[in-house]
Design a protein around this ligand. Structure first.
Ligand SMILES: [Zn+2]
Ligand SMILES: [Zn+2]
Length: 367
C-alpha cells in the first residue's frame, strides 16, 4: 500500500513505494495511449505513428512508448494481470512483457498460464519464460522470428572528430553469443590495480582480440625527437588515427606491435622497420617460453596476448636480447609507457612495479 508522507520510512522502502506509484501512472498512461492511438490525433499532427508522437512529445525512449502502446492495446486480454499490478503483486514491467507476448502469440494467448510465472520471477527472468511460452505455442513462428532477427544484424563504425571510434550494432543471438564467449575471458580483471570498469574492460578486450597473436599492420611516422620524447617534438602519425603521443609511439616501437616505424626528419625518411630493435621471431619464441605469460605481478595474460618490453629502452641504447626483455600484456605495457609505472628486475629475475605517484623506497599504501 502507498503512504502519503512516507518520508519517515527507510529509504529503500520509500523507493519500493514510489515504484508502485510509478507503475500505477504507467498503467494509466497505457490506457491513455490506446485511446490516443484510436483517436488518430497523431495523424492529424503529421506524425507517422502514435508511437512516434509519444516518443517525441512525452520525451521517452522508443521501448517505453512501445510498452505503453502494447499494454494499452492488450488490456482486454490482460484483465487479471492488470488487477495483479493494482494489487502490487507484479510490476508494470511484467505487464509490458505479457503485452508483447500477447502481441506475438495472437488469439491463442492465455494470461492465466503466465501470471503465476510473473509473480514468481523478476521481469528479466519472466521475459525468458515468455519466450519459452511463445515457442511452445508456435515453434515454427518462433523460429521465423529468430531468423528475422538474424537477418537484421548490422554493425556501423564511425570515426568521430576526436579520433574515437563509435561502434553501434546488433548481432543475431548465435553470433552475439560467440562474440561474448570470445570477449569475456579477455575482459576479466588482470590482477590487482585493475580498477577498470566492466565497459572499459570490454573495450580493451575487443582491441586485444582484434590485435591478438599478430603484430598489427600499422605504420607509424615519427621524428627521432618524438621517439626520444624530447620537449617540443611533434606527435607521431598513424593511419586512421589522430596524432599519436610520443609515449604511445615509444610503446609501439618497444615491441613489434607496429610493423615499421618511419622516421621523418628534414624530409629524410628512414625505414627502421628492420633495425635490430625488432624482436626477431626466434627471440620472441624464447621470450614466450621463458616468461609464459605477462610478468606484471599477479597478471597471467597468456604469452600470445603479450608484447616484448625492453626494460632498458632500445631508444636509449638498451639491447634487444633475452636479458633485457620481459613479456607484458597490452594493458600493462601501456601502464609502463603511458602510465608512468616503473619496472624493476630483482636479482632473482622477479619483476617489481613502482606506481608513478610513489617515491621509491617508501612503503606503498593499500591499493
Ligand atoms: Zn615497452
Ligand atoms: Zn598483464
Amino acid at each position: 500500500m502507498l503512504h502519503i508522507g512516507s518520508s519517515e520510512l527507510p529509504v529503500g522502502d520509500q523507493m519500493v513505494h514510489h515504484q508502485a506509484r510509478i507503475d500505477m501512472l504507467q498503467l494509466e498512461q497505457s490506457r491513455l495511449a490506446a485511446e490516443f492511438q484510436a483517436s488518430g490525433q497523431w495523424d492529424l499532427e503529421g506524425f507517422n505513428s502514435a508511437y512516434d508522437w509519444i516518443r517525441i512529445n512525452c520525451k521517452v525512449p522508443g521501448h517505453v512508448a512501445g510498452n505503453y502502446l502494447a499494454v494499452g492495446a492488450h488490456m482486454a486480454q490482460l484483465g487479471q494481470s492488470v488487477q495483479a499490478v493494482l494489487k502490487d503483486e507484479i510490476s508494470f514491467a511484467h505487464l509490458a512483457v505479457m503485452a508483447h507476448t500477447a502481441e506475438a502469440v495472437g488469439k491463442a494467448f492465455d494470461e492465466t498460464k503466465l501470471l503465476p510465472l510473473a509473480k514468481e520471477h523478476s521481469p528479466g527472468q519472466f521475459y525468458f519464460k515468455c519466450l519459452h511460452y511463445r515457442h511452445s505455442m508456435d515453434a515454427k513462428k518462433y523460429a521465423q522470428e529468430q531468423n528475422d532477427l538474424e537477418t537484421n544484424h548490422h554493425l556501423t563504425l564511425t570515426t568521430v572528430e576526436s579520433g574515437h571510434l563509435l561502434i553501434n550494432g546488433v548481432l543475431d543471438p548465435v553470433g552475439g553469443a560467440a562474440v561474448r564467449a570470445a570477449l569475456e575471458p579477455l575482459a576479466r580483471k588482470s590482477g590487482e590495480h585493475d580498477d577498470r570498469r566492466m565497459p572499459q574492460r570490454y573495450a580493451d578486450a575487443l582491441v586485444e582480440m582484434a590485435s591478438a597473436g599478430k603484430p598489427a599492420n600499422i605504420q607509424v611516422t615519427a621524428t627521432i625527437e618524438t621517439l626520444k620524447g624530447l620537449a617540443g617534438a611533434a606527435a607521431g602519425e598513424m593511419e586512421f588515427s589522430l596524432p599519436v603521443s610520443a609515449v604511445a609511439v615509444q610503446r609501439m616501437a618497444c615491441d613489434c606491435s607496429v610493423t615499421r616505424i618511419l622516421l621523418s626528419q628534414e624530409s629524410l625518411v628512414m625505414d627502421v622497420g628492420r633495425a635490430k630493435r625488432i624482436v626477431s621471431a626466434p627471440l620472441k619464441r624464447a621470450l614466450k617460453t621463458r616468461d609464459g605469460h605477462c610478468k606484471w605481478p599477479g597478471c597471467e595474460r597468456s604469452a600470445s596476448r603479450c608484447d616484448g618490453h625492453h626494460l632498458w629502452s632500445w631508444i636509449e641504447g638498451g639491447p634487444t636480447d633475452l636479458d633485457n626483455l620481459v613479456l607484458l600484456c597490452r594493458r600493462h605495457h601501456r601502464m609502463v609507457h603511458e602510465g608512468g609505472w616503473q619496472l624493476i628486475k630483482t636479482e632473482d629475475r622477479q619483476i617489481m612495479t613502482i606506481a608513478p605517484t610513489v617515491t621509491f623506497g617508501l612503503p606503498r599504501g593499500p591499493d
